[in-house]
Every structure is written in structure tokens, then in C-alpha cells.
Design a protein around this ligand. Structure first.
Ligand code: MUC
Ligand code: MG
Length: 376
């Protein structure tokens, strides 16, 4: 394709609702379908690029919903970029910043689509445009979130048997802490002492509940506790972090670089979860990682149950980070009944493989998109 004609001709957004293999529960919501907005950009050279914005149960995990994302892309962010070169990544991010505050999932999807189109134009993987990959695969964590203890143990055993995952994140906070502890005890007893277990409370506990129940998590050798208290209660999170021997993973409490600097300075945790829907761009994820690392935080490659499209975008950025101590939790492509691409991301020997084709390296399955697109 011609590298001269990289002007952005159109930007379109489609709402997609893809069924999940089982119910996925969190402290404040549960899903049986994943809501995505697919963003397609068309350049003057005829190349198209695809990006994905993910949500979890409507505007629940964060403020953005599929409806708000589509509106932001169609009415504000898209129009601000028409006629600009897809290769002008920083200038385009500035333009989006002027057109809309926050709206990170929407901005992240557009930038992913531009990286896809630019990479396809230049014949380079998106990771090359982000600085070049320093790793081609990474250890990948699976999330257990049905709430049915027996089912969760069977699911984990199956993942181990298939050599797909050997680290598990257990979603807490949708039942009382005592009941969550029973789930965890059953998993630890059934899986043995070697398997790494992470707990994500999704802001579900008070500081008092942390004080009461974290000693039990320590006994069960939990490796990491993610966002135990409200994202707004930074002081409480810092006190909890100082009290427990388990490192805290900061998720909902920090989206922007300034927020990361604050949680870093306050000691709210010692690991940071990177997410496109928090950073609003793949270049920005790299800056988020640098700010977190400069405050002494280790890095965890987060997800919001993206399909292989969103996962490919994340992996392009994660693959370029000098350090990614905790690997990634990109299990999204495998929780969908049907992935949205014809060449799903590969999982091998407990690792997820970074696609190496041009752009994001995935090809949209148009039949699936037609089947799952919201009819409105
Ligand atoms: C979150 O809070 O980490 C990622 C995995 C999962 O089960 O939920 C998401 C969001
Ligand atoms: Mg989380």
C-alpha cells in the first residue's frame, strides 16, 4: 500500500455482543455476553484498520458503556481525526485529547485501529511501531469467576491438564467474604500448593474486612490481591498494603499517569495492572508502565475480556515493555464461545503468543461480526 496516502478517510463504530462460555461474575456485575465496540478506520490508500473497545456489564467496571463509546467515536473523536495521517500517532492522540476528556476505551480502540492500518500500510507489526518487541510470548493467567466452587476447581484442573494456564485469578466480592474464603480453600486444597493463586476483589471489601480476612488469604499463600477496597479510598488502600504480607495489585484506583504517580507515592500497592481501557492508547500504556516502574511498582498485563482483536493490541504494547514481571491475564479470546477473528491468538505451554503479522496481526471474521452486531 502507498505510504504517502495515509490520510484517515473514515472511522466507523459497531456495537458487538459476543456470548461467553459461562457466566463471569465480579463484585459489582456479572456477564454472559461481552460488549465490544469495533472501530474500523479506512485510509486514503485503501487500507483498513480494526480496533476494539471492551466493557464489562455496561458502564459498571468503568464509566464507559458500548453506547457511550460508539457516541464518542462517531460524534467527537472520529471527526477530530478525519484527513490526518494515520502515522501521526502523537498528534492524533493530542487531537483526541482536545475533542474529549477521559473516554479512554474509545480513544484506545481508535488508536489500535490506526496502528493496525499503519502497520498494514508499512508491512510491520504494531509492536514494531511501538518500539519493537522484546518478548514474543508471555505467561498467561486464567480467571475463575462462576462462583460455583466445584465448577471452578474442574475448570482450573482442565486448564492445567491442557497446559494452557497454571496461574489463576479468583474473582471475589459478589458473595460474603467467608463464602469467598471457602471457594479459595477448595481451590487450594484441590490444586495443591504449587499453583499460583491471585484474588481480585474489584473494590468489594471495606478496610475492616481486609483487616479481618487478609490473614486467611496469607495462610492460603495468595500471591497477589487486586483492588480490595474502593478505587476512591487511596488512604485505606495504603494502610491495607502496609499491613499485609501479600502485594496489592492496583487496578481501578489508577487510570492516568497522574493517578499512577499518586498511588505510587502513597504506597497503595506494589504492582500495577496495565489496561488499554485505563490508558486510552497503546503509546500511553508504555508511559503508564514507565511511571509505575519509576515508583517501584511491578507490572501486570491486565485485560477486560477482550477478543483476539483487543488482546492483539494489548500484546503489541506488552511485548515492548522492558519488564512485565507478572505476565498477562489475556484469557478473553478463550472465554468467548466464538472469537471475532479468523486467526485467533495462540495459547501454548501456559503462554500466549504475540501475533507477528502486519498491524495487529489478526483478521476480522466478518460473519461473526454480522452475527453478533447489535441490530439497531
Ligand atoms: C478486572 O477487574 O481485572 C479482568 C479479568 C476479569 O475477570 O475481570 C477483568 C477486570
Ligand atoms: Mg481487576
Amino acid at each position: 500500500a502507498h505510504t504517502k496516502d495515509t490520510a484517515i478517510r473514515s472511522i466507523r463504530a459497531t456495537i458487538v455482543e459476543a456470548p461467553t462460555r459461562r457466566r463471569h461474575k465480579l463484585s459489582n456485575t456479572e456477564v454472559t455476553h461481552q460488549g465490544y465496540v469495533l472501530v474500523r478506520v479506512l485510509l486514503d490508500n485503501g487500507v483498513t484498520g480494526i480496533g476494539e473497545a471492551s466493557t464489562l456489564g455496561g458502564p459498571r467496571w468503568a464509566e464507559e458503556s458500548v453506547e457511550s463509546i460508539k457516541a464518542a467515536v462517531t460524534n467527537y473523536l472520529g471527526p477530530a481525526l478525519l484527513g490526518q495521517s494515520a502515522l501521526a500517532f502523537e498528534a492524533n492522540a493530542l487531537r483526541m485529547g482536545k475533542a474529549a476528556t477521559r473516554n479512554f476505551a474509545a480513544k484506545g480502540a481508535i488508536e489500535s485501529a490506526l496502528l493496525d492500518a499503519a502497520g498494514k500500510t508499512l508491512g510491520l507489526p504494531a509492536s514494531a511501531l511501538l518500539g519493537g518487541a522484546v518478548r514474543e510470548r508471555m505467561e498467561v493467567i486464567w480467571a475463575l469467576a462462576s462462583g460455583d466452587s466445584g465448577q471452578e476447581l474442574e475448570e482450573a484442573k482442565e486448564k492445567l491438564r491442557r497446559r494452557e494456564h497454571r496461574q489463576f485469578k479468583i474473582k471475589f466480592g459478589f458473595i460474603p467474604p467467608q463464602a469467598d474464603l471457602k471457594r479459595l480453600q477448595a481451590l487450594r486444597a484441590g490444586l495443591g500448593g504449587e499453583v499460583r493463586l491471585i484474588v481480585d476483589v474489584n473494590q468489594g471489601w471495606t478496610e475492616a474486612e481486609c483487616i479481618r480476612f487478609m490473614p486467611a488469604l496469607e495462610e492460603l499463600d495468595v500471591a497477589l490481591i487486586e483492588q480490595p477496597v474502593s478505587a476512591l479510598q487511596l488512604e485505606a488502600m495504603a494502610r491495607v498494603a502496609a499491613r499485609t504480607s501479600i502485594p496489592l495489585l492496583v487496578d481501578e484506583a489508577a487510570f492516568t499517569k497522574e493517578e499512577i504517580a499518586r498511588i505510587g507515592a502513597m504506597g497503595c500497592g506494589s504492582v500495577y495492572s496495565l489496561k488499554l481501557v485505563k490508558s486510552g492508547g497503546l503509546f500511553e500504556i508504555k508511559r503508564a508502565a514507565a511511571v509505575a516502574a519509576a515508583h517501584g511498582l511491578e507490572l501486570y498485563g491486565g485485560c477486560l475480556l477482550e477478543s483476539s482483536i483487543g488482546a492483539a493490541a494489548h500484546l503489541a504494547a506488552f511485548s515492548t515493555l522492558p519488564k512485565l514481571e507478572w505476565g498477562t491475564e489475556h484469557f478473553g479470546p478463550r472465554i468467548l464461545v466464538e472469537d471475532l477473528v479468523v486467526n485467533p491468538i495462540r495459547f501454548e505451554e501456559f503462554e500466549i503468543c504475540v501475533p507477528d503479522g502486519p498491524g495487529l496481526g489478526v483478521e476480522v471474521d466478518e460473519d461473526k461480526i454480522r452475527a453478533f452486531a447489535r441490530k439497531d
